[in-house]
Design a protein around this ligand. Structure first.
Ligand code: FMN
Length: 435
């Protein structure tokens, strides 16, 4: 059996059951999402720091303008007055999403990943603006992530596309799903799909940094499926986190999931937004390099490579230009840790060890978040005599998921005969606990 034997049905449309997950900031680029859609699956763009993203891909200057507006505040600890201009935010989101939708080809779809934890010094209004502008721009679907999203659907309930755009929620437990569904039921608007993200995923994870190993995706998917059956709810379930081969994916579909969401294998695609040098770091990564820590000011544990330069940077908070993690009072855990350290050190700049400036380092690709399977990427490609790994096309990775059987991973075609084969591919199944 291969993933190509199955289809994901959302409303009256059918897709290949392969979804490329949202990877902020601009790692899951428009180009990557467009490829997934062209090939008949679903690709995500991410609206994490969308003004910065649209600046990168369209040459606008949203970040510079915001920084300019608040430059007199740069050295001050109090960031409560540093707000996003909602009109500019809407404009940036509209430009960004429209660009993706205008480039879309094929039978697939483009969704956007919207994180609730981007509180932007005005949580409700900025989220409403981001969701509304994405819907105005013709987005096919919205995956609500990094938060419980108890208010999110209500924010856009009067939008003309409220029942047309596909809405999904990303959860890591039945408990979180129940809370979301209670609110959705009140609005008579159930999600169109549920992404169940397990402990091996990249980015922020919905498990404790110390005990994530006690959980496994198959068990949580089974629990969610059981709960939905009990409630007589027919909502497609999508499994995510550590699904490395098409065969891993088939196992989830045989369990009752309708599709898989995958990301780590696409981080090293040509179309991924990571700089090529960082893609090489992902290829080189060993299992011992992967950590789940609590340095993210969001409060969620995050998985990353220990070599990430952002972990060793003395970064002045950059809230005037960015400021995505400021809460409604203008606070952020990094901001506080930074200024407390500065006070203790008589104004000399310090290295904050237990928190990072996530906004800055995600934007400049110095925080190398990854899924737990990143150390297996080297088994998916060839290596040049100079030691570098050959980048892959998104199409190659996508089709490998689509057609692979028996955990086989197809290597790319060697470039100009310069490439020597990597060592024997290990046919490792996904690490999961047995029942
Ligand atoms: C580099 C990277 C960045 C990610 N960023 C986000 C993000 O911004 N928002 C989010 O909801 N999930 C994020 N994720 C999680 C993915 O969307 C996805 O659900 C998960 O990583 C799938 O597991 P896999 O990477 O093992 O295939 C990220 C994952 C990676 C690898």
């Amino acid at each position: 059996m291969k993933l190509d034997d199955f289809r994901l049905k959302l409303g009256n449309k059918e897709f290949l059951p392969i979804i490329i997950g949202g990877m902020g900031v601009n790692i899951s680029t428009i180009e990557l999402a467009v490829e997934a859609a062209r090939l008949g699956g679903i690709g995500h763009i991410s609206d994490a720091e969308s003004p910065a993203e649209v600046d990168q891909c369209s040459g606008t200057q949203f970040v510079r303008k915001k920084r300019e507006r608040f430059k007199s505040n740069i050295k001050k600890r109090d960031k409560s007055g540093v707000h996003f201009d909602l009109k500019e935010l809407a404009e940036a989101q509209l430009l960004f999403v429209s660009k993706a939708m205008e480039s879309k080809q094929g039978e697939g779809a483009i969704f956007i990943n919207c994180m609730e934890k981007l509180t932007m010094n005005n949580p409700q209004e900025t989220l409403k603006t981001r969701l509304t502008a994405a819907m105005d721009s013709g987005i096919d679907g919205i995956s609500l992530s990094a938060g419980l999203h108890l208010q999110s659907l209500a924010l856009v309930q009067h939008h003309p596309r409220f029942r047309d755009v596909k809405f999904g929620i990303i959860v890591s437990s039945v408990r979180a799903l129940k809370l979301f569904l209670r609110r959705a039921t009140r609005l008579k608007r159930h999600p169109d799909y549920i992404i169940v993200e397990g402990p091996l995923a990249g980015g922020h994870i919905g498990f404790d940094a110390n005990n994530w190993k006690q959980y496994d995706l198959k068990t949580i998917v089974r629990e969610v499926l059981y709960f939905l059956k009990e409630e007589e709810l027919k909502i497609p379930v999508i499994a995510a986190g550590g699904i490395f081969t098409g065969t891993d994916g088939v196992e989830f579909i045989q369990l009752g999931a309708s599709a898989i969401q995958v990301s780590t294998r696409f981080t090293v695609a040509n179309e991924s937004g990571l700089p090529d040098s960082v893609k090489q770091e992902y290829f080189k990564a060993e299992e011992k390099d992967i950590v789940v820590n609590t340095v993210s000011p969001t409060g969620y544990p995050m998985r990353m490579l220990i070599q990430s330069p952002g972990l060793r940077a003395k970064t002045r908070p950059n809230c005037e230009a960015l400021g995505y993690l400021l809460d409604r009072n203008g606070d952020c855990a990094y901001l506080n840790a930074y200024y407390d350290g500065l006070d203790r050190n008589n104004g000399e700049s310090i290295l904050v060890k237990d928190k990072i400036c996530l906004c800055t380092h995600m934007q400049i690709y110095q925080l190398w978040t990854c899924g737990q399977s990143v150390h297996r990427l080297k088994d998916t490609t060839c290596r040049s005599p100079d030691g570098s790994y050959q980048l892959l096309t998104a199409e190659h990775v996508f089709k490998d998921y689509q057609f692979s059987e028996d955990h086989h991973i197809q290597l790319p075609k060697e470039v100009d005969g310069m490439v020597v084969k990597n060592t024997e591919i290990e046919k490792k199944p996904l690490t999961v606990k047995s029942d």
